[in-house]
Design a protein around this ligand. Structure first.
Ligand code: NAD
Length: 345
């Protein structure tokens, strides 16, 4: 198969395959679009089963970064990178530096940030070789971790979906099932708990579940069953494709709104959610808070007030998508994609 006939190739502008024998680096950088600006996107490190899985992931993720940046009103294109390897056993400073050189080679067309399997400390190492990196810990800009702002944006977006579906933004007494208690999920639980929601949680890591029980009086479910809990809102904050042929018929929630990227296995799952009367808040609109954060971190004048003010525009974008979807009887993910694609023409 060539790259151009790959099922996830979406007229990407640029795809680099990087190999560095000295450090063992194998990576792919994909720039989907630079129509609105340089392509900013995270670097995911993962022990992919096959090279094709890595390629599929980076192509899909970089395409949705273009849409995310466009609908967040940022002057950014869409890009993403993957390093093939296990983050806890294969990651070395030399490997990250080799990756930094590959980013530098692209001359600023791609700006790297953290993603699953990488963090602020890794970005610091990458920055020895390139200035085209963001999400660095800095005394003025904090830890570099965008997750708190991702959680804040998801919280606001979830509220806006609840308002659309139930006619009230109040989360008091609202029953919400959160799948995944990582960087974003746990912080989101704190915001939801503070707003009076009643939580159900699941994570394969027992310690995280115990924490959520203790801090938020959360009810405990399992990773296999959390999607089918009888709640008002299902909130995927773990991996992608949590809405699929198997889980969709088992959903009881009236709203799906969470942080995870690529929640729908295929776009048709958005149509099926609509047919079932379930309101889906498109993931890349809802979870743009982290991108907004790293965009401002990369600029000269970072201010947390400015970041939060930008994130507070997410509910307005969502409200527009929900209204258009209703008027045109379309799935919300299709409306969001169409809107974003128009902005990229
Ligand atoms: P994370 O790795 O910190 O947390 C993910 C959590 O999900 C972990 O606790 C893991 O144990 C748990 N998990 C894995 N499989 C599960 C399952 N089957 N059921 C329940 N829990 C499961 O990741 P994160 O940074 O919190 O990000 C969560 C999601 O949000 C990811 O899809 C990520 O791509 C997306 N996202 C994150 C950010 C950010 O700023 N961190 C920004 C945008 C999107």
């Amino acid at each position: 198969m060539t790259i151009f006939s790959h099922p996830s190739f979406a007229r990407h502008e640029h795809v680099s395959f990087i190999q560095d024998a000295a450090t063992g680096l194998k990576a792919i950088i994909a720039i989907h679009s630079s129509r609105l600006g340089p392509a900013l996107g995270g670097c995911r490190m993962h022990a992919y089963s096959t090279d094709d899985d890595a390629l599929t992931d980076v192509l899909r993720l970089s395409e949705s970064m273009s849409y995310k940046a466009a609908l967040a009103g940022l002057p950014l294109g869409g890009g993403k990178s993957v390093i093939i390897g296990h983050p806890s056993t294969d990651k070395t400073p030399a490997l990250l530096e080799a990756f930094g050189r590959a980013v530098e080679h692209l001359g600023g067309h791609y700006i790297v940030a953290e993603d699953a399997g990488t963090g602020a400390a890794d970005m610091r190492i990458i920055s020895r070789q390139t200035q085209h990196v963001t999400g660095l810990a800095d005394p003025q800009r904090g830890t570099g971790d965008p997750s708190p702002n991702t959680a804040y944006g998801v919280f606001l977006g979830l509220q806006s979906a609840v308002q659309d579906r139930f006619g009230d933004t109040s989360l008091q007494g609202m029953q919400i099932a959160v799948q995944g208690l990582g960087h974003v999920g746990m912080r989101l639980c704190a915001l939801l708990h503070e707003a009076g929601a009643q939580l159900w949680v699941a994570d394969p890591l027992a310690e995280r579940v115990r924490q959520a029980q203790e801090r938020f009086s959360a009810h405990v479910s399992t990773p296999e069953q959390i999607h089918s809990t009888a709640v008002d809102v299902f909130t995927p904050c773990a991996l992608g494709a949590s809405i699929n042929d198997h889980t969709l018929p088992e959903l009881h929630a009236a709203v799906v709104a969470g942080a995870a990227n690529n929640q729908l296995l295929r776009p048709e799952h958005g149509d099926l959610l609509r047919q079932r009367g379930i309101l889906y808040a498109p993931d890349y609109v809802l979870n743009a808070g982290g991108l907004i954060d790293v965009f401002y971190q990369h600029g000269e004048f970072y201010s947390s007030t400015r970041v939060r003010a930008h994130i507070e525009r997410i509910p307005t974008t969502l409200a527009k998508i929900f209204a258009t979807a209703r008027e045109q009887q379309m799935a919300t993910n299709r409306v969001a994609d169409r809107l974003a694609k128009t902005m990229l023409l």
